[in-house]
Ligand binder design. Structure first.
Ligand SMILES: Cc1cc2nc3c(=O)[nH]c(=O)nc-3n(C[C@H](O)[C@H](O)[C@H](O)COP(=O)(O)OP(=O)(O)OC[C@H]3O[C@@H](n4cnc5c(N)ncnc54)[C@H](O)[C@@H]3O)c2cc1C
Ligand SMILES: Cc1cc2nc3c(=O)[nH]c(=O)nc-3n(C[C@H](O)[C@H](O)[C@H](O)COP(=O)(O)O)c2cc1C
Length: 759
């Protein structure tokens, strides 16, 4: 629509309205991108001129034009901006309030985060604050919590946005203008239909042909590649990825006459048409146009999830014994031609396809010809948008293998699409219930059931959704990250180590998407040529190894030890006199089974690179009286005095591991240690003075391995008892706790308390 020819519209005060909407997203795993694209599609539908950009493409936006900016940003790492927004963050920090076109710009911000993390939605808050510093004006702000369900905030935030925009933004389409001006009076209801189970648009859906039978899982030919050929991956279990029955709590539905606030049927601009050609699946390298022969490259960062680097696997070893609960596998990858001089703390991004049995099941259920070629056009919320690794022409199988995330927690839009396509009225009503206000708690319970898209389709067997609608509601497949577990100054090869995720869910065998793929793709059986896996470099923004001269305390459990192996290897290359002390605290289950990198640890201790190690074996703990030292947090509490001396002595504390099983508990232990041992002066900055480097030498304190040692004289579990001798005088316990929390926050800002936390 040519805006220049239209007379400028004005708000109630006569001020002229902005002409276009600029939607920027910062997203690590796709949620923010999905939401941003959804807002953009809906904005266009509502008659606005709107465009969506990833934050780091801010250069494509002319901020001097009259526009309204919407920012949808998640947070990653430890309060960090997502990778695709780091340039944007630097840009807004460089801008000057008196010179920037952002001054006076009206913007809305939607932050996504998770309150399990200490810095909730920090990236969006930082963007917000910096934009205000530049003189931009926020007219709408919201922060959604993944811990309780993003939708609780996202849906009303979007509804309110449509409510606010008519006063700020010109409509580009006069026909739609009239329609939406009228509709905007009823704000939220303009977004949602009301269903009474009898006569809504959704109920008028025409009968669909019955769905095809889902085949039982068989060995298949997936698109995992070796350098020149397609190798077959064995699917050993008959139930691997078979549909897991989904039991939904629909108990209140029978007593309801009406469903309110039912999610509106989402719009998508995606167009899919069959070309009439058929061909077998191509390798990933053929799809994304990267030669699989590892060509020399000038810019390692030209490789990304959309254009992965073919890393040759030169070695593979299993770090655990066969009796381990979870196998941990180490891969050595040749990255000689990549030219990436990685640093300890960096990670390798790895791409993995959707599991073949799941793709097969879906193709059958949807009645799609896997080898049938299709042309895909239009901007989609699925993994088909610009920048995706898929070409415009692909087969259905290629699309379902590399495009959408088939395991993502279902969004309401997806359930609404399913409801729309149900030919059975009872099923339709159940699906609509999940999209309604009355069904909110049943909807919130869904992610815990971990349904795949196939599980959902099997739960609503009469649903036969149109693929373009379905794909429009699926986020794209996201890569997984693996910390570098080695250090080479010239980066010709890199090691990664991963624990294979494997579990059973309601009779269905499941594997981690990436770890299942990496394990099978590298098992070497049947591969006639070099094994190649798709990766890309992922430098760390905040979890960077401290300078080797600085004392470091490294706390980890399980595979969380991997980055610390690279820290240790870097320190090995430094002369002893310029090396800070190195204290490793590590936890695993059994000494003989899953004690990862015990050889490296012992060598480093003997060579003086590590000056102290404390290892705790959780399954070797002897039950008895007193407190049990079972996990690393217990060990830290027991060694609290030394930990505190280390901190005030100028050391850097690094934690790596899983959020739920370890990182939270370790932070809580560190807080309690500070409460117990710190003086007020130390907490208020006394530690900024001359660091008193502590002695973490082997003789300084207890050393070596600890199996279930008990702390005499304490009650209950170590550290869970009352906080001891608090030396922060004159303040209430709450104030002291706040001071201590602030202390650790300040230490984070100073780069002396680093966390690499995985979900
Ligand atoms: C910066 C960074 C660095 C990382 N480095 C490493 C590393 O060095 N080594 C490493 O191993 N990992 C590392 N991770 C984690 C890694 O990226 C993956 O998250 C992990 O390997 C799992 O990926 P997956 O695709 O195999 O599993 P997914 O397909 O993502 O499945 C994981 C999900 O499976 C489900 N699940 C798992 N077990 C069960 C069960 N028993 N019952 C029911 N459901 C279950 C849970 O929902 C879980 O969230 C890192 C993460 C980040 C962000
Ligand atoms: C590795 C990792 C680190 C995270 N770190 C934080 C954090 O520090 N603070 C926060 O509020 N949320 C954090 N989150 C939660 C995400 O911001 C949240 O899940 C969000 O919905 C992800 O959106 P995205 O898919 O657009 O990246 C983290 C999530 C992951 C997987």
């Amino acid at each position: 629509m040519d805006q220049s020819s239209a007379a400028p519209q004005a708000d109630a005060n006569g001020a002229s309205l902005a002409k276009s909407l600029v939607i920027l997203y910062a997203s690590q795993t796709g949620n923010a991108e999905f939401i941003a694209r959804h807002i953009n599609t809906e904005a266009v539908e509502r008659g606005y001129s709107s465009n969506v950009f990833v934050c780091d493409d801010y250069g494509k936006v002319d901020f001097s034009l009259p526009s309204i900016v919407v920012i949808v940003a998640s947070t990653t790492g430890d309060g960090d901006p997502p990778d695709n927004s780091t340039k944007f963050w630097r840009f807004i920090r460089r801008e000057k309030p008196d010179k920037t076109p952002l001054a006076g710009k009206r913007y809305a911000v939607l932050g996504l985060g998770d309150t399990n993390y200490s810095q909730f939605a920090n990236a969006s808050k930082r963007f917000d604050k910096q934009l205000q510093n530049l003189g931009a004006v926020c007219f709408h702000r919201g922060f959604a919590d993944d811990a309780t369900g993003l939708e609780a905030v996202v849906d009303p935030w979007i509804a309110k946005l449509w409510d606010l925009l008519p006063d700020l933004l010109e409509l580009s389409d006069k026909v739609r203008a009239a329609k939406f001006k009228a509709a905007s009076k009823s704000a939220i209801s303009s977004l949602r239909g009301t269903v009474n189970g009898k006569s809504t648009a959704a109920d008028e859906t025409t009968k669909q042909p019955p769905a095809a039978e889902v085949p039982s899982t068989t060995a298949t030919k997936p698109v995992i590649t070796t350098s020149d050929s397609v190798s077959t991956v064995k699917v050993t279990s008959e139930t691997l990825w078979s549909p897991a029955p989904l039991e939904l709590d629909l108990s209140v539905l029978s007593s309801l006459h009406t469903l309110s606030n039912v999610t509106k049927l989402p719009v998508t601009s995606l167009k899919i048409s069959a070309t009439g050609v058929r061909h077998p699946p191509r390798s990933l390298w053929d799809l994304c146009g990267v030669p699989s022969g590892a060509p020399p490259v000038s810019d390692p960062f030209s490789f990304s999830p959309a254009r992965p680097y073919p890393a040759v696997v030169t070695a593979r070893r299993t770090l655990t014994k066969t009796s381990a609960i979870s196998r941990v596998i180490e891969l050595t990858l040749s990255i000689a031609t990549l030219g990436w001089k990685y640093r300890p703390g960096d990670a390798v991004g790895a791409l993995a396809p959707n599991p073949t049995p799941l793709v097969d099941g879906l193709l059958a259920k949807l009645g799609l010809d896997g080898d049938g070629e299709i042309s895909v056009e239009g901007e989609a919320a699925a993994g088909l948008s610009v920048g995706s690794l898929l070409p415009p022409l692909m087969t259905w199988r290629e699309l379902f293998t590399w495009g959408p995330d088939l395991l993502a927690a279902p969004k309401k839009g997806l359930l609404r699409v399913l409801a729309e396509s149900c030919s059975d009225p009872g099923e339709k009503r159940e699906a609509l219930f999940l999209c309604s206000k009355e069904g909110a708690s049943s909807y919130r319970a869904l992610p815990a059931l971990q349904p795949t898209l196939l599980d959902l389709l099997c739960r609503f067997p009469s649903a036969q959704p149109e693929p373009f609608r379905l794909l429009g509601q699926l986020p794209h497949l996201v890569p997984r990250f693996y910390s570098v577990a080695s250090f080479h100054p010239n980066g010709t090869e890199v090691k990664i180590a991963f624990g294979v995720v494997e579990y059973e869910l309601r009779g269905s065998k499941r594997k981690g998407l990436a770890t299942g793929f990496l394990e099978e793709a590298t098992n070497g059986q049947g591969a006639e040529s070099a094994i190649v896996i798709p990766v890309f470099p992922r430098p760390s923004n905040s979890f960077v190894a401290p300078d080797p001269s600085v004392p470091v305390l490294m706390v980890s459990a399980g595979t969380g030890i991997t980055p610390f192996i690279s820290f240790v290897e870097e320190r090995t290359l430094v002369p002893e006199k310029s090396r800070g002390t190195g204290w490793l605290v590590y936890g695993c289950r059994w000494r003989e089974v899953d004690d990862l990198y015990a050889d490296t640890r012992q060598r480093s201790l003997a060579g003086g690179v590590l000056t102290r190690t404390d290892v705790v074996y959780s399954r070797e703990t002897q039950e008895g009286s007193g407190s049990i030292v079972k996990y690393v947090q217990h060990l830290l509490r027991r060694e609290g005095m030394d930990v505190w001396k280390f901190v005030v002595g100028g050391g850097t504390v690094c934690i790596c591991g899983d959020l739920h099983t370890m990182a939270k508990e370790v932070h809580a232990a560190l807080v309690d240690i500070a409460l117990q041992y710190a003086t007020e002066g130390e907490l208020k900055g006394g530690m900024d003075g001359q660091p008193e480097l502590i002695d973490a030498s082997p003789n300084a304190s207890r050393n070596g391995s600890i199996a279930g040692q008990q702390v005499a004289g304490s009650e209950g579990e170590a550290g869970s008892g009352p906080v001891g001798d608090i030396k922060v005088g004159g303040t209430s316990p709450e104030a002291k706790k706040a001071l201590v929390e602030q202390f650790w926050k300040d230490l984070t800002v100073k780069g002396r308390y680093l966390k690499d936390i995985w979900l």
